[in-house]
Design a protein around this ligand. Sequence first.
Ligand code: F6P
Length: 660
Amino acid sequence: MTMLPGIALCAAIAAVAWVLQGAYVDAIVLAIVLGAVVRTVWKPGDRWLPGIRISGHFLLEVAVVLLGASVDAALIARTGPRLLGGVIVIVAVTLVLGYAAGRALGLHHRLALLVATGNAICGNSAIAAIAPVINADGDDVAASIAFTAVLGVAAVLGLPVLGRALGLTDIQYGALAGLTVYAVPQVLAATLPISAASAQIGTIVKLTRVLMLGPVVIALSLARGGKRPGLHRLIPWFVVGFVLMGVARTAGVLPAWLPAPLRTVATMLTVLSMTALGLAVDVRALARVGGRVIASVIAALAILLGSSLLLVQHSEMRVALSTGGGDAPGLNAVIRAAVLAAVNRDWEVLGIKRGFAGLLGEDDVVALTRESVRGIGHLGGTILHTTNRGNPLKYERAGITTDRSDELIANARNLGIDAVITIGGDGSLAIAQRLHEKGLHVIGVPKTIDNDVSGTVTTFGFDTAVNTAIEAVDRLHTTAESHDRVIVMEVMGRHAGFIALHTGLAASADVILIPEIPYDIDSVCEKVRERDRAGRLFSIVVVAEGAYPTGGTATASVGGVAGPLARLIQEKTGKETRWLVLGHLQRGGMPTGYDRLLATRFGGAAVRAVAAGKWGHMVALQSPRIVTIPIEQVLAQPKRVDPRSDTVLTAREMGISLGD
Ligand code: F6P
């Protein structure tokens, strides 16, 4: 009963601090300040003291126990060994050097420890959490929290300026913010204006840093306990509670929704006990140590910032490249450009062999260096090999289909892969989108000879395929004319007629048949007869593999249309008709200059997209610029020939038959 007035007083002041808190001043700081203000104008009498005392100690210890629920060891494992290693090193360096600096500047042992821990881990909450562990004095806690908070805010405000001045990438800047800023809302305030990716990495790094509180609390309590008599006093009860909570969380005993409300309760209890500390603060004592504490906080901050900068500027990214789906001339040019752009940033590059097979243990993951990409820019194919049968979401082996995407993502994490640049058509992009939704950092590069990917003016490989097909039509012209024959040539493109249309128009075909405009066989034959009447006794028909007659429908499988079409034309016109399928000739050989350049620009842009953390985006040509667009948007609508486009219109105006 005697405790009630004091607890009620602390709760009332804490409530005011809670209401007044904002992004830059948290309730913990406000609670101390308000408590100290009250204490300056009115000294609480004996009636209040028991409650104030219990709020300042016991409630803080309960808060430490509740914080344990947020320590998820599995999360630390998922963070990745490199990032975790970096955070551990930075926290350790700041702790040790920050403590040494505090001592050198004249702080006594506990105060130096509070300042160093606060700066190394997470400011106010860390100071509050270790205060009972090292049995810190109320004035020391108040001093270290007050000055750490003020200087911490100054650091947040200066961080974007520093990031820009040093030319850090979004990812580097996000990591720097996560390593140096004290509170998650402040990390968001400093990183969200830069980019979502920056905020994402900042939050992960920050949360990982907070998790270091666990080992530090245990280490400090062991160090102190060592000097205490009796084993039962080795570790205080609340540290045992903290560890048990962490174990329960990691083992999945606590429901997933519980840590968040427990964290809020822990913060509320901390605010309450900070009010109690504020009510006991001796402002004159605070002023006496003020100068030394400020100097120590600045020293600790400088150590934190300096070591974090060293880490983020020298932490290379590990990027993996994969080529999936049917090959297209220009793949090697993308690989070359991406590898060179990445290694010139001191990043490491891996190549996943055969689509994603390399990440599923079915093929290799190889290192890609400057040497690996020497002299490959002009070569067709892909040095990484490819497959159009390796969808990790529907992986087929011996007639059984399984979803191996989680395994793929886990393997990528184990290899320390920070981002995957996947070069592929709509199929590969759909896979990329799903992997992105599952948390893999993916950047897409559009590739297909069919040119059927939305959002980009063209894909590399298309120009080469069209040029190969044009050369074929040129050759067919001379033989068709010599024999007064009709020749039907089938080109690729699946359900898009771009290759047929562009080839037919550029190579002066007489009939062009595409899936977007169903054809009438009589209309096609009429065109052949009309040419005969005009003394042009041969005709060239370019037909897309996905073309079909009016009344028919597009089918999943395409190809094999030239033969039946040629037989029908011969039957109906009486003219000798030959046919051929150009087939994979269109996918082979050297990329044209246009494709080489486009592929190279895509490769460079993909690396820039990684640096900017544009996960789930695809690089695209929106002439004259290369841009990035969300893959989701690309997949929303497939690209097809617009029958009202100027290309179709021009063909019609020139007298070319489109079969309708
Ligand atoms: O998508 C590219 C493409 O070349 C299509 O034009 C064609 O229909 C298909 O791939 C052929 O694939 P495959 O490599 O299985 O023969």
